[in-house]
Unconditional design. Structure first.
Length: 339
């Protein structure tokens, strides 16, 4: 009996030591809302964001935008900045590099992943990451079949395949699905096709390596309870009751509590979301999701103060009026534990 007690005490001590040694990793996503450089790129509809364009997008306004976005990013994760940050609506590698340099002034050192995609406006997806956590990296962009979405050229899905310092494999997929500009129902087929494409990518990764941790993030231009996410991606809100091949979407509980990263017609909801595969939910994994750690990031200085829009994200422009703000979306984030 005495030895059993000793063994139990040692087991409890080892478990506690293991928990203390686990490193918290902050993973975030942030729609940059038109982070354009000032140049007129051939064959792209970016003329509005040039010095002569509608928004008089000159060097001063561009530098203000970089500073403002870096301010938000640097304030996240207890002012340490996220370890991995997916982004959308970035026009060019010039803009990505500019943001990285601005963050460096705050002593946040990131490397980045960016691909030029065929989007008609020139807006792309990107990923910033903390190099000190990474042993190896493979990256790729999956382009979307133009003919399958009505002839539109849209942004591709950016994949970052990381081998982390604890020898766990983390695949992050950064998305920005087609908008609802033509109407929700009229444009739904486009998002359903991209969802099917994404699902195929995830299934292929999982089939090749059943132990891979997959974290999908992005601005999906659909809500957690829309068909593209709930049915096609099989991203569900109950982590304790997932069937084989299903993903966990932590935004469900936040949505039901009335929270959101984006406000439309006075209603909050989540276009910005995370989907986690079941390897990230297993306590046996080297990389584990920290329960209830998903939140929207917002500070008072990020909010509109004008009565009509009070509490909404303070944007760079309100219509064509220059507000010198941040984005029309709030960032979202979660924590993983790297054992």
């Amino acid at each position: 009996m005495k030895y059993k007690v000793i063994i139990l005490l040692l087991s409890a001590f080892c478990f506690e030591l293991h928990a203390q040694n686990a490193k918290r990793i902050c993973v975030a996503f942030y729609n940059q809302e038109n982070l354009f450089d000032t140049l007129d790129t051939p064959n792209k509809f970016d003329e509005e964001f040039t010095p002569q364009g509608k928004y008089h997008w000159n060097t001063e306004r561009y530098q203000n935008k970089l500073h403002n976005m870096a301010k938000v990013i640097g304030a996240m994760n207890q002012a340490k900045g996220p370890d991995f940050l997916g982004m959308c609506e970035i026009e060019s590698e010039i803009a990505v590099k500019g943001l990285v340099q601005e963050l460096k002034k705050q002593e946040h050192n990131y490397d980045y992943i960016w691909f030029d995609s065929p989007d008609e406006r020139g807006i792309d997806n990107a990923l910033l990451y903390n190099k000190t956590l990474v042993k190896n990296l493979n990256k790729h962009i999956f382009l979307i079949d133009t003919n399958a979405i009505g002839g539109d050229n849209t942004r591709g899905i950016v994949m970052a395949d990381f081998l982390l310092k604890n020898n766990s494999r983390l695949v992050i997929l950064v998305n920005h699905w087609p908008s609802r500009r033509e109407g929700e129902k009229e444009s739904e087929f486009k998002r359903l096709f991209v969802a099917k494409t994404l699902r195929g990518i995830c299934d292929s990764i999982q089939k090749a390596d059943k132990n891979t941790a997959i974290l999908v993030m992005g601005d999906f231009n659909d809500y957690p309870n829309n068909t593209s996410i709930l049915e096609t991606m099989q991203a569900k809100g109950d982590a304790s009751n997932l069937k084989s091949g299903q993903y966990y979407n932590p935004m469900f509980s936040l949505m039901e509590a009335g929270e959101g990263s984006y406000k439309y017609k006075g209603e909050w909801n989540f276009l910005d979301q995370f989907f986690l595969n079941q390897n990230l939910l297993s306590s046996k994994s080297k990389l584990v999701y920290e329960s209830n750690s998903t939140h929207t990031f917002k500070e008072e200085w990020m909010l509109e103060t004008e009565e009509k829009y009070k509490g909404s994200p303070k944007r760079t422009f309100g219509g064509s009026k220059y507000l010198n703000g941040y984005s029309d979306h709030f960032p979202v984030y979660l924590y993983l534990k790297m054992n």
